[in-house]
Design a protein around this ligand. Structure first.
Ligand code: NAY
Length: 289
């Protein structure tokens, strides 16, 4: 059974502090209404890389306290500060997170040896399993097939969150590592990723569009490719509109239309404008009502 994860958002107040009640509302909506299989906590959509250390801890605590054992939880602990990553890996493991994940270290053009050392260090002292978070479009770091193979030599490294439009590499990775977990990260390319045999998907738009994505996965599994294509088309109409309206703040604005207080994005992310608010209302009316 393929699994669908929402990339959990963080509700912020206007001053950049965390709105705990709003964050809990989004978690509940994902579990109770979207019926997702899991949550990816502390990823890009969660604005993890905008947050202070204390805020990261706060979000990890809120998410597991609200979700309990109702769904699978993956905690993204990667950071430019390796000591922070190691600390957070232990912190979330102690909280009870069943999986950790870490973004490839970025900004300083690290060598592969340095990247490998980063991953091995993160998992060294924790009794947990790690999913590599590969997102070249934001990090500028692309790992090759052989580099994934080297990382997988560590048995605690069990998979990849593959947010990459390189389907040639995805096919090579899938076939070389049939037993590794591969979760697709671009919601608008779910169908080609399913065709290449991913185990599931993690994404931002599933916060609003999980039912359609689940139906697409089910149609694909049943061999009904025409239906799966139609559902991907419908999803992509929504995703295109979200991207055109600035996706992260818009996801929160559309959540508000659904009665969920998602707060705002944290600066320097864009703050809502009247055009954006009108755009979000239209997105809700056109694609989600
Ligand atoms: C996360 O929050 O860590 C993710 O899951 C990232 C996946 C998202 N990628 C980015 C860059 O935001 O869901 C996707 C993406 O928003 C969606 O496919 C629209 O492009």
């Amino acid at each position: 059974m393929k699994k669908l994860y929402s990339a959990l958002m963080t509700a912020f107040n206007d001053d950049g502090s965390i709105n705990e009640a709003g964050t809990r509302e989004m978690i509940r909506y994902n579990i109770d209404v979207n019926k997702v299989d899991g949550l990816y906590v502390g990823g890009s959509t969660g604005e993890n890389f905008n947050m202070s250390h204390e805020q990261k801890e706060q979000v990890f605590k809120i998410a597991i306290d609200e979700a309990k054992n109702d769904v699978d939880l993956i905690a993204q602990v990667g950071s430019l500060d390796l000591n922070e990553s190691k600390y957070l890996a232990k912190f979330v493991t102690d909280l009870g997170y069943p999986h950790i994940s870490a973004v490839t270290p970025f900004y300083y053009n690290y060598t592969f040896e340095q990247i490998k050392d980063y991953y091995n260090e993160i998992v060294k002292d924790v009794d947990n399993e790690l999913i590599i978070y590969s997102i070249p479009v934001l990090t500028g770091v692309s790992l090759s097939l052989d580099q994934f193979a080297e990382l997988f030599e560590n048995p605690k490294i069990i998979g990849i969150k593959y947010t990459n439009a390189d389907f040639f590499l995805l096919e090579r990775v899938r076939n070389r590592f049939p037993d590794k977990l591969i979760l697709s990260g671009f919601d608008e390319m779910l169908l080609p990723a399913l065709a290449l045999g991913v185990d599931g998907a993690i994404g931002s738009t599933y916060n609003l569009n999980a039912k359609r994505a689940k139906a697409e996965m089910n149609a694909f599994d049943a061999g009904d490719i025409d239906k799966a294509r139609q559902l991907q088309k419908d999803s992509n109409d929504l995703i295109s509109a979200l991207i055109a309206n600035d996706i992260y703040p818009s996801l929160k604005l559309v959540f508000k239309e659904l009665g969920v207080n998602a707060g705002v994005t944290k600066k320097p992310m864009a703050q809502p404008t009247s055009e954006m608010i009108a755009g979000a209302k239209k997105i809700y009316n056109d694609y989600l009502k």
